[in-house]
Design a binder for this molecule. Sequence first.
Ligand SMILES: [Zn+2]
Length: 133
Amino acid sequence: MAYVQRKIAFLGTPATNPETKPFWDGCAAGKLLVPKCTACGKSHWYPRGLCPFCFSDKLEWVAASGKGKIYTVSVMERAEVPYAIGYVTLAEGPSMMTNIVDCDLGALRIGQDVVLKFVPSEGGPPMPMFTPV
Ligand SMILES: [Zn+2]
């Protein structure tokens, strides 16, 4: 999808830090990893050193199922090449900002079921995005 690759090129290669390195390594291996707290059992997004629910530092990375629902979406129709950006709520609980790709942009709806799709980036790992089921 040319429009997606152009958008990622604009954003540049994602920066990595110790809190996000496992996530990007997961992307490189084709897995969407999300942090999960072993103290309270909740998953969260974005990655950080402490659980936002109970402040424990007992975190592990778990592979997400790749299933989710559109929480909210905006279609950038006036862009040179239109695209959709929004939040997807993962089956594991957290919501993540992402792009919705390979779809009829005008048919996207809140609550719609979507599934993970990795999209190549320039000079970095593939990016986790979503497409309607
Ligand atoms: Zn916790």
